[in-house]
Design a protein around this ligand. Structure first.
Ligand SMILES: Nc1ncnc2c1ncn2[C@@H]1O[C@H](COP(=O)(O)OP(=O)(O)OP(=O)(O)O)[C@@H](O)[C@H]1O
Length: 278
């Protein structure tokens, strides 16, 4: 899992209280019923909050590869999503209300727990952002939400029932933009919950050898927050802040042969491998 915050200037970094812009965490999920039934055991041990150790290196390769890896955070199988969020993502998610752009994304093979973790992290982030807004009645906030998936190299709007692929355009000021992507202005937290459930229902799901409900696409949920002090309302942008946070749940990183996916799902995996190797 990764998280990154990027502001426009040094001030943003100072506000965030850190110079480090990228945090990498690893989460190990508990074995599922199927794995327990076939007598599987975990290959990894989390020895402390930052180190993970591979327990069963092949004898001949023991000296060739390290068995211990260190990350900003390591979460073992008994750690709940709330703690993963608080220690690994909260600060990055909340930087958006201070005008700092950020992204939180999950990477891993099918069934490793990406969607499970990102769903929880998105919910906790949204709750914290709305709490922050409640406590800062001196500012006027506007929240906007958009959602897309990338499937078979086509970008699709998850807030629309029209599955026509959207075009990517280069804007000299904004960078890459997705043409005609719907951006909803949020009324309240319930409105956002409603939109999140629409996205979950619209996303491409397939079955792999390892996950019956496998997300076969990359999903990007984007929350944009604009705010300005109420005392300055109507004046030209004094104290105004605008930033967005992206919640990204990537498709499984596995090889097609490992996931035993087929047809269009295999096409996605093959194209991804081509992109990675080119
Ligand atoms: N930390 C966890 N605790 C309990 N169950 C978990 C945990 N992480 C994942 N699971 C369960 O494991 C299964 C697979 O998780 P999930 O669908 O999130 O995997 P994924 O990495 O998104 O897979 P894919 O790439 O195939 O979409 C789900 O049934 C989920 O509920």
């Amino acid at each position: 899992m990764g998280a990154a915050a990027a502001g426009d200037d040094e001030l943003s970094a100072a506000i965030a209280g850190k110079t480090e812009r990228i945090l990498v965490s690893v989460r190990v999920r508990p074995l599922n019923a199927k794995e327990i039934e076939i007598g599987d055991s975990s290959d990894w041990d989390c020895t402390n909050g930052t180190t993970i150790v591979f327990k069963h290196p092949p004898p001949g390769e023991r000296a060739l590869f390290p068995t211990s890896y260190t990350y900003d955070r390591v979460f073992g199988k008994d750690i709940g999503t709330r703690q993963v969020y608080e220690l690994g993502a909260r600060e990055v998610a909340l930087s958006v209300v201070r005008g700092i752009n950020s992204s939180i994304f999950a990477y891993g093979q099918t069934s490793s727990g990406k969607t499970y973790t990102m769903t929880g992290i998105t919910e906790f982030s949204v709750a914290d952002i709305y709490n922050y807004i409640k406590k800062h009645a001196d500012r006027e906030f506007t929240l906007k939400f958009s959602a897309m998936e990338i499937y078979n190299e086509a970008v699709r709007d998850l807030l629309s029932t029209d599955s026509t692929p959207l075009r990517l355009l280069d804007d000299p000021e904004k960078g890459t933009i997705v043409e005609k992507l719907i951006e909803e202005t949020l009324r309240d937290q319930d409105h956002l919950r409603e939109l999140l459930s629409i996205c979950a229902a619209q996303r491409q799901i397939g079955e792999t050898n390892l996950n019956e409900m496998s997300s076969r696409s990359h999903q990007i949920l984007r929350l944009t927050i604009e705010s300005s002090p109420k005392v300055y309302a109507g004046r030209d942008g004094s104290g105004a802040l605008i930033a967005c946070v992206n919640f990204v749940d990537l498709a499984g990183s596995e090889r097609a042969s490992q996931a035993m996916s087929a047809g269009v799902r295999l096409k996605l995996n093959t194209q991804e491998r081509e992109c990675i190797s080119s």
